[in-house]
Every structure is written in structure tokens, then in C-alpha cells.
Design a protein around this ligand. Sequence first.
Ligand SMILES: Cc1ncc(COP(=O)(O)O)c(C=O)c1O
Length: 501
Amino acid sequence: MSPLASDSGVALIFDEGQEGRANRYVDAGASLDAFLPKALLRDDLPLPDNSELDVVRHFTRLSQRTFGIDLGFYPLGSCTMKYNPRINDAMANLPGFRDLHPYAPDELSQGALQVMYELERSLASLFGMAAFSLNPSAGAHAELAALLIAKKYFKDRGETHRDKVIVPDTAHGTNPASAAMCGFKVISIPSDARGRVSVDEIKKVLGPDTAVCMMTNPNTLGLFEDHVHEITAAVHAAGGLMYYDGANANALMGNARPGDMGFDLMHLNTHKTFTIPHGGGGAGHGPVGVAAHLIDYLPTPVVVAKQRSNGDASTAPSDRLTFTLDFDRPKSIGPMRSFWSNFAHAVRALAYIYANGAEGLKKVSALAVLNANYIRVNVRDVLTTPYDEICRHEFVASAQELKKETGVRALDIAKALLDRGFMAPTMYFPLIVPECLMIEPTETESKETLDVFIAALREIVATAKTDPQSILDAPKNTVVGRVDETRAARHPDLRWHPGKP
Ligand SMILES: Cc1ncc(COP(=O)(O)O)c(C=O)c1O
């Protein structure tokens, strides 16, 4: 019997099902036969036979067991968990977008292509790049796309000996992973005492084998890499390319542009910066951007606009254009995803950009920075803040001292926050900060929410000093208590399979 049955009191035999229990509102066999070739249909699919009601209850119960941005404060550093405005979903659900077939010809898809074109143009202008491809479906996917572009670019120049990718030690794990997956050798560069990547160390490893230097700015400590111009100049002088990891773009919209900092390649996590719902492995959206000399290498298809022959000068510029999907790009690395990738996310991102406008987006970043600093200055007397200066959209605190004094670690603080109704901050990342808590509030939270979070954090630290066991035993108020972290990490069992107890 499913474990859900025992804690809910509902006799739900979800995992095994009961033969003949499934509701047959639709004769699936007959209707599928009409659409799918017989060879693609299986009759041996061992799924549990459940009624629709059992299935609805199962998933509703699971949704109630989890925590989401619509339930409470979610300060998960580097993940930019901000409110997802419902207008974005309303736009993505417009029937003309929602029901459009991916094989529909360009002439019947003009509205959708215009959305992709206007999003691409907006991102290029906001981030100072020559062009973007909306094709990749997440940050890591876009990193891979960018490194494939770099690889092809060097191959075309006869520089296949460029096989090293430089990555600061504060980088997200996907940076070295993408580089290794692309066949590059990774060189990790230490940060200096100010939490910035060491320029001297980068200069030491530059040479004729340098392919790409990957940077996140602000970095994952929430600090602006203020030597970025010196680094881009040195890497370019060595013949390498600069890559900008835009996961932290929420800190700088309208205030600084990677293109102006000298980056040749970049990605955005529109599912973070541009309010697309994410988490739990859901569909993401990772546009990859390039400077002019790399445009030909972008993944296909790229949306291009042509002037309409009968264009009326009194209409909006985009109404005087026709849009096509260009697949004919001989130097392209090819598609990273089928069809138009996660098109609904492009609609959401553009809706967010147009709802805010240029000034609004600038304010978004300013408020994100203000909120992070507000929490930082209100907790720095109870938790160590190793880089004690004005941060950008996030900051890191360390529970190292508290651990020495009380045995309470960053992990325990995180669990205690769950008990108090908050999602935990990102923990133990970046790796260079011991007992790290990385806190990113985003601009969408009110001062009142920040105040109760600050009060909770202070109370947890105070309790750790008087009654550490109560923090070590947390969480007590959540549906699932403390789990075996090692087993969960080493032997994750995330798939349903027949007969699973
Ligand atoms: C700094 C940084 N780079 C890259 C990524 C990877 O992005 P994604 O999760 O969309 O693959 C993340 C994700 O959290 C990140 O924080």
C-alpha cells in the first residue's frame, strides 16, 4: 500500500492500482489507434490501474506536501525564486499561442514568430549582445550551446589546440560540467580575499591553448567582479573568448550590460530573471546570446524579420515586418531542441518585459539589491558574513562560528527555517565558504516578509545557543521530518516502477 494511505487515512492503493479500476471516460485504445501508427502503441505498459479520482487525490496531496513560491518566502540563493505574475500565464494561454501546431507554416504563425523576434531583440538590447537564440531550454543547456559555438568557431579558425576553459572557484557546478561535456579541459581559478576571481591567477594560465573564460557577474557570493574589463582584455589578448553566465542577471538589468563588459557569449535563465515558474526539474528557458562575430554559429532555427513590401509607414515597426524561421545557416551548431523549444516561456518572458518596460526592469534590479542588503545588515551580528560589503542581489552568510560554539550547522538552520514556514536558502554553495547559507530574497518580497524572515533567523541562532537540540531535531512541523541526506543523495529513487512498496 502506498505510504500516502497511512498518513492521510485514505485507502489509496496508488502504486499497485486495482485491475479494472481505471475510469474509461474515453476509449483510449480506439481514439489513439486513429492517430498513432500501430507500431508506436504498446499493450504491455505496466501502469497501475487507478480511477481518475485516486489519481487526482494522489497528485493534489503531493502538491500540498511541497513548498512553492505561492506558499511562502523562498530565499534560494542563485535561483531567483520570485513571484510569477499570472498575466504571463494568461498570455501564454491565449488560444492563438497555445493551440499553434509546431509544424504550422511561417505564414500562419506570424504572431508567435513576432513574439520570439521581439523577445530576442529585447534581450539583445538589454544585455548588449548582437543576437540571441531562444533555442536552449535551461541555463546548463545554454552553457553547452555556447561552448559548442566556441568550439566550432575555433575549429573554423584552425585553432583546435585551444582546449582549456577557465572557471572561477565560485562558479556554479554546471560551468565546469558543460566545459567537460564539450571536451574542454577545465582550469579552476581561486578567488581572492575580496571574493573576486584572482586576476593574477587568470593571467598566469592564459596562453595559446586558452579557449574560453567563464564568468558569473555578480558572482555567486553576490559580489560584482570589478576587474571584469581587465580580465576580458587579457583573455582577448590571448585569443580566447569570454563567456557570461547570466544566472544572476536579476542584479543588473538596465544598469550594466555584459556586451559592454566585453563578453562574446552569454546565457540567460529567463525562468529566473523573467519570472517564469521553475524548480522541481520543470521546463526552463535558456536563451544563448553572442557578439557579432559569432552570430553565424547560433543554434537554429533563428527568427529573422524582413520588411513587408506593402509596409505602411504609419504602423508600428514590427507590423511592417514579416517573420520567418531561418534554418539555413551553414555554420550553425544546429538545433539544441526540437521545434521552437519552450515557446510558452518566450511568451511569458516577453509579457514580463513589456509589463515592466525599460525603467521598470531597472527598478526590479535596484529593489532586488536593496532587499538582499536589508537582510544582510540585519543578520550580520548573529551570523558571520565573510564578505562584509554592499552586495548585489544575494549574499552569503556562514554558520561556521555557530557550529563551533553549538554544533548547529548551516543544514540545521535550513531545517529550522522550514519549521517556521520559510524555504531554506541555498546551502554549502559556493564551496569556498564553509557552512554557507546563500540568501537571495528577490525584489518581489515586501519589507514585512523580510522582517519576519530576519526575526526567524535571529531566533534560530539564539535558540541554537540555549537549546541546540531543538534545532538539531528540526523540522517537526513539516509533513516529512528529517530525512537521511546521504541515502537520498547516493541512492535517489525517483521513479515509479511496478511493485514498488
Ligand atoms: C550561477 C548559475 N549558473 C548556471 C545555472 C544553471 O542553470 P539551470 O538550472 O537553468 O540549468 C545556475 C542554476 O541555478 C546558476 O545558479
